[in-house]
Design a protein around this ligand. Structure first.
Ligand code: TYM
Length: 316
C-alpha cells in the first residue's frame, strides 16, 4: 500500500527549544517509518524576521543539523530547503490571486502584530499563503505541528478547496496532526514556550544552560506542587513515577528542580553530542540537503505543470 504523505517544516530563526521538539519535531522522527515524509527548512518564512545574511546562513545549516541530530534518517525522509523549491513561491502567487485581504486579515499572527502596534510587512501578511503552498504542492495528507500552527493548516485546506473549485480538482486537503497533551508546551514562566517570550529551554543546551534555565522556572509556593516544573518534567517521565517523585519531595522545590536538571541532561546530552559530530562533516550534511531538495523540487515541478495548465498559463 502506498504510504500517506507527511510534511512539516521549521523556521531557521535561531536555536530550537524543547517546545519545538515535543510539539512537532519528535513526531517527525516517530512517524518517519509509517509515512512518506517531506521535512524542510522554512528559510523563506524566516526572512520575515531574520534579515542578516550570515545569521540566516548559519541558522539554515543549524536546522539541518538539528534534523539529523534528533534522528531523522535521510534514507527515509526527504530533507530539503524551501527556497530550493521555487515552485512554492510560484504557487504562492497563484493562491494570492484567489485570496482576499479580509480573509487573510483574520490570521492570528497578523492580528497579533496589529494589536501590538506593529506595521506588518507584506511578507508577514502573506505568510499563511506561502505555508499553504508548501503543504499542498507536495500533496501532503498530514502536517504535524504545535497548536499555534493550527489555523495555518486550516488556511491551507481552504486554499486547496478554493483552487479546486475554481480550476478543477488538483490538490489534496491536508489535515493537521496535533497531539492533545503536547499541543502547547509551556515555558519556564508557564506561558507557551516561545523565543519571543525568553522562556525557553534550548533543545541542544549545554549542561550549564540547562541548569540556568531550570533554576529560572517560576514557582508559586501557594500550590500543591511547583506546576511549571512539573509541566516540563512531564515531558520526560511517565505520570506515575512523576507523581511519586513529587509526593516524596513535596515542598522541596529546589530538589525537584535538581532532579529535572538531571533528567534534562540525560535526554539532551546524546543529541547534543551527535550534533557536534555531524557538524564536523559539513560536506556530507550539505549533500543530504542537495539530494532532498532535488527530489522535492522535481515533485513540485510535476505538480506545477498541472497547475499552469489548469490555470491557463500554458499555451500548448
Ligand atoms: P516554527 O519554526 O515557529 O516552529 C516549529 C514547530 O514547533 C511548534 N512549536 C510548539 N509546539 C508546542 N508548544 C510550543 N510551545 C511550541 N512552539 C513551537 C510549532 O507549532 C511548529 O510546528 N510556520 C511554521 C513553519 C512552516 C511550516 C510550513 C510548518 C512553514 N511552512 C508548512 C508546517 C508546514 C513555524 O512557524 O514553525
Amino acid at each position: 500500500m502506498n504510504k500517506k504523505i507527511l510534511l512539516s517544516g521549521v523556521k531557521p530563526t535561531g536555536r530550537p527549544h524543547i517546545g519545538n521538539y515535543f510539539g512537532a519535531m519528535k513526531q517527525f522522527v516517530e512517524l518517519q517509518d509509517s509515512y512518506n515524509s517531506y521535512i524542510f527548512i522554512a528559510d523563506l518564512h524566516a526572512l520575515t524576521s531574520v534579515q542578516n545574511k550570515d545569521e540566516l546562513r548559519e541558522n539554515i545549516l543549524g536546522v539541518l543539523l538539528d534534523y539529523l541530530a534528533i534522528g531523522l534518517d535521510p534514507e527515509k525522509v526527504t530533507l530539503y530547503k524551501q527556497s530550493d523549491v521555487p515552485q512554492v513561491t510560484e504557487l504562492t502567487w497563484i493562491l494570492n490571486c484567489l485570496t482576499t485581504v479580509p480573509y487573510l486579515s483574520r490570521a492570528h499572527a497578523y492580528k497579533d502584530a496589529i494589536a501590538n502596534g506593529k506595521e506588518p510587512s507584506v511578507g508577514l501578511f502573506d505568510y499563511p499563503i506561502l505555508m499553504a503552498a508548501d503543504i499542498i504542492i507536495q500533496d501532503a495528507d498530514v502536517v504535524p505541528v504545535g497548536q499555534d500552527q493550527k489555523q495555518h493548516i486550516e488556511i491551507a485546506r481552504d486554499m486547496a478547496q478554493k483552487f479546486n473549485s475554481t480550476f478543477g480538482d488538483t490538490f489534496k486537503l491536508p489535515d493537521s496532526l496535533i497531539l492533545e497533551n503536547l499541543a502547547t508546551i509551556p515555558g519556564t514562566d508557564g506561558r507557551k514556550m516561545s523565543k519571543s517570550y525568553g522562556n525557553t529551554i534550548e533543545l541542544f543546551a549545554t549542561d550549564e544552560e540547562i541548569s540556568r534555565s531550570v533554576m529560572s522556572i517560576v514557582t508559586d509556593s501557594s500550590g500543591e506542587k511547583p506546576e511549571n516544573v512539573y509541566a516540563i518534567h512531564a515531558l520526560l517521565k511517565d505520570k506515575e513515577s512523576l507523581d511519586k517523585l513529587y509526593e516524596e519531595k513535596k515542598g522541596q522545590y529546589k530538589e525537584l528542580k535538581e532532579v529535572l536538571i538531571e533528567d534534562l541532561k540525560k535526554f539532551i546530552t546524546p543529541m547534543r553530542e551527535k550534533r557536534v559530530e555531524l557538524a564536523k562533516d559539513k560536506k556530507s550534511v550539505l549533500e543530504v540537503l542537495k539530494a532532498g531538495s532535488d527530489k522535492a523540487r522535481a515533485r513540485a515541478e510535476k505538480k506545477m505543470e498541472e497547475v499552469r495548465e489548469k490555470v491557463g498559463l500554458k499555451l500548448s
